[in-house]
Design a protein around this ligand. Structure first.
Ligand code: DX5
Ligand code: ZN
Length: 215
């Protein structure tokens, strides 16, 4: 299992330090980009994400919860190890967004709300590198894990078969349920409040990894 700590629950006044606190334990850094339209919350955008580049060498996992991903994706500075994920429910046609993100030279991720049927992303599976399964309604950290997500992960695992598509899961993951999420088929675990709402992010990340591995 790979950990992608979500900065949404970190101290926004000390983002570089918050990234570095768990750097050795992180496969990615998860950025929640929200526009106040696609979701009822506003967070950070390209200037903040790009400025954090020089503070870490960990790849970026950029989660776009915005209406116009095709317009804004090119404003992020990315390389081959980074991922930009957009939502299938966004206004821009998914096929167009995939083309735009692919053209940036990074990995392409597609995500869906808990209420969106899995069928919505199936046509795009051959063209993406990862699927981000939302296990809470996108918009805020610290929400409760939607248990139906486990069946969705299993179903997606089957649908992906031996295609090289990574399953990432985002929302409500804690030490109590992380093992189940991994056993269902998740390869990347995104966790915000479980890491940053604790006093010691590194200790919390280690606990989460141990729980994921059944220790
Ligand atoms: C929610 C975000 C998540 C959020 C997860 O819209 O996409 O990345 O930070 O936070 P927790 O782990 O607290 O549910
Ligand atoms: Zn997210």
């Amino acid at each position: 299992m790979k950990l992608s700590p979500s900065l949404l629950s970190a101290d926004f006044g000390r983002l570089a330090e918050e990234i570095r606190a768990v750097e050795d334990l992180s496969a990615f850094v998860h950025f929640d980009v929200m526009d106040g339209h696609f979701v009822p919350n506003l967070t950070i955008g390209p200037p903040v994400v790009n400025a954090l580049r020089r503070h870490t060498s960990v790849p970026f996992d950029i989660h776009l919860m915005i209406e116009r991903p095709a317009v804004y994706a090119p404003r992020f500075r990315v390389g081959p190890a980074d991922v930009i994920t957009f939502h299938v429910e966004a206004v821009d046609p998914p096929a167009e967004v995939i083309g735009v993100i692919r053209g940036l030279g990074c990995k392409v991720g597609i995500s869906l709300r808990p209420s969106t049927p899995l069928e919505a992303i199936l046509p795009y599976l051959p063209r993406v590198d990862w699927v981000l399964v939302m296990s809470v309604e996108p918009g805020f950290g610290g929400q409760r894990f939607v248990p139906e997500a486990l069946d969705r992960i299993r179903e997606l695992r089957e649908l992906i078969g031996d295609r090289p598509v990574t399953i990432a899961v985002d929302g409500g993951i804690k030490r109590e349920n992380v093992r189940q999420v991994v056993e269902a088929g998740a390869e990347v675990i995104i966790a915000g409040s479980a890491i940053y709402a604790e006093g010691d992010p590194a200790a919390a990340a280690r606990t989460l990894i141990a729980a994921a591995e059944g220790r």
